[in-house]
Design a protein around this ligand. Structure first.
Ligand code: NAD
Length: 497
């Protein structure tokens, strides 16, 4: 198929310009809210991926414009990219409403793309590029006395992202790659590729040298080609756990470093003293952001048995307060799921939840007032336990399960009894107690009476939620390779160490 429409793009981006792909295959883009064809993009093949990787390698060739740039100028280039993307804020929001059904009028928040890039510009400015360290033990004459450790870019990063945050998750990879002087080939999801075109256009506007940022659109075939290409030096992947495992296997064989941000099954631990009004106001974000298609969302709510019914009421009230519908309607707070197949899958999981003994307290079906689009009602399960499929498997939809616990020990045990370890939260009137409990939750991120991200703090999934991490100064380490130049006394002959 090769859909034409307002959003059709015919080219890929490498070496600083739009290029006609070798592949003649196309990927259709279908609106999840209207089911209408929006357009299509190229479905890149191995040759297209090869051209993009070569372009990224050329950008790192000795003496290239990008490699000669001092860190301060590199930081400025990243800031210009932030500005160029910020200027596109409104068109990108509208695009997301069309492409993935993200509500256009969600409460205003700072431009996340610009925020992430500005953070990496700051890191670029202060980043060390080398450091000399003396040897810690006394050495005979001629032995290694000190070493100059050089921090080099890892090289070409293969950046592969899912449909639920193309630009944001792309910049989690582009940011550190640029800050360390590397280059990137970016492959968005076949379901949401259009933001990547904005990134390429912004890169041109910002004067990022040719080849530093490249974009190929495509599906699993293009992703595999990028992972397996001998010219990519690091794979930075965000997506599902099964795909992440396949990528890790391939990188393991090639001994290629890999960062994986994968699925989640996060739990909100509501303590007896929690302010349930505050908690209830947070539930739309905590459980139903982007119709639950968010790795961080909390699909398990752990409630003290003494206040179980009150917690269920708070979650149900919050779920019922969410207006589901047309992403362009100013009142809409939740749009559709990404595809008909994905909605079928989530509906299957809801049926399984009921069959396993949980009770739908609200939702569970398709909203009656919407005849087109892949909508589902915000769904809350009561009387769930931690062994049920809805409590163990990632749903990636607007479904959460309220699970009772007896005491704090059991609550921590339940929170940690999961294959996943991405996020979590503790809700309590006593922040110190909340912090102490949060430290016992075996996840990469835990909020105390809050939910969200901080660009300056690492995002590191544990177990089936990932490998390595993104964001924070820690992320630069992955994008850096080191060379130790061993030095001896200049006035003595070199002897073996
Ligand atoms: P997905 O794994 O199906 O696809 C992700 C990307 O991988 C896409 O670009 C896809 O084309 C590509 N891909 C598919 N097969 C590949 C292969 N064999 N080799 C290389 N690339 C391949 O994920 P999805 O359905 O788009 O996204 C949903 C998943 O992403 C959920 O599991 C969610 O939890 C996860 N996610 C995690 C985070 C995080 O930070 N931990 C953030 C967002 C989403």
């Amino acid at each position: 198929m090769s859909g034409t429409g307002e959003f059709t793009r015919t080219e890929l981006f490498w070496d600083g310009a739009w290029r006609r792909p070798r592949s003649t295959r196309r990927l259709d883009l279908v609106s999840p809210s209207t089911e209408a064809l929006l357009g299509s993009v190229p479905d890149a093949d191995e040759e297209d991926v090869d051209a993009a990787v070569r372009s990224a390698r050329t950008a790192l060739a000795p003496g290239s414009e990008w490699t000669r740039l001092p860190q301060a100028d590199r930081a400025e280039a990243i800031e210009r990219l932030a500005l160029a993307l910020q200027a596109r804020d409104q068109p990108i929001k509208e695009l997301l409403a069309h492409e993935i059904g993200r509500p256009l009028h969600t409460p205003p928040r700072p431009n996340r793309a610009a925020e992430i890039l500005r953070y990496y510009a700051t890191l670029a400015r202060t980043r060390e590029v080398e450091r000399t360290r003396p040897s810690p033990d006394p050495r005979p004459a001629g032995a290694v006395r000190s070493s100059r450790v050089r921090y080099e870019p890892v090289g070409v990063t293969a950046a592969i992202v899912p449909y639920n945050g193309t630009l944001e998750m792309g910049l989690y990879k582009v940011g550190p790659a640029l800050a360390t002087g590397g280059s990137v080939v970016f492959k968005p999801s076949p379901q949401a590729p259009l933001e990547a075109y904005h990134l390429a256009e912004a890169a041109v506007e910002a004067g990022i040298p040719p080849g530093v940022i490249n974009v190929v659109t495509g599906g699993a075939r293009a992703g595999r080609a990028l992972v397996e290409h001998p010219g990519t030096d690091l794979v930075a992947f965000t997506g599902s756990t099964p795909t992440g495992r396949m990528i890790a296997e391939s990188c393991g064989r090639a001994l290629k470093p890999v960062v994986l941000e994968l699925g989640g099954k996060s739990a909100a631990l509501v303590l007896e003293d929690a302010d349930l009004d505050h908690f209830s106001r947070m539930v739309p974000y905590l459980c139903f952001t982007f119709a639950g298609q968010n790795c961080f969302i909390h699909s398990r709510i752990l409630a003290p048995r003494s206040r179980y019914d009150e917690v269920v009421d708070a979650v149900v009230t919050a779920a019922r307060s969410i207006t589901v519908g047309d992403p362009f309607d100013p009142d809409t707070r939740m749009g559709p799921l990404i595809s008909a197949e994905h909605r079928d899958r989530v509906e299957d999981m809801i049926r399984t939840g009921t069959a396993e003994g949980a009770v739908v307290a609200t939702g569970g079906g398709r909203p009656g007032h919407l005849s087109r689009g892949w909508y589902l009602e915000p769904t809350v399960f009561a009387h769930a336990d931690n062994h049920m499929s809805i409590s163990r498997e990632e749903v990636f939809g607007p479904v959460t399960a309220v699970i009772p616990y007896e005491d704090e020990e059991e609550a921590v045990e339940l929170a940690n009894d999961s294959e996943y370890g991405l996020a979590g939260s503790v809700w309590t009137a006593d922040p110190a107690r909340g912090e102490a409990l949060a430290a016992r939750i075996d996840s990469g991120s835990v909020g105390v009476n809050t939910y969200g991200f901080n660009s300056a703090a690492p995002l590191c999934g544990r177990r089936a939620s990932g490998l390595g991490g993104e964001l924070g100064p820690e992320s630069l380490h992955v994008y850096t390779r080191y060379q130790s130049l061993h030095l001896t006394d200049s006035d003595r002959a070199t002897a073996p160490a």
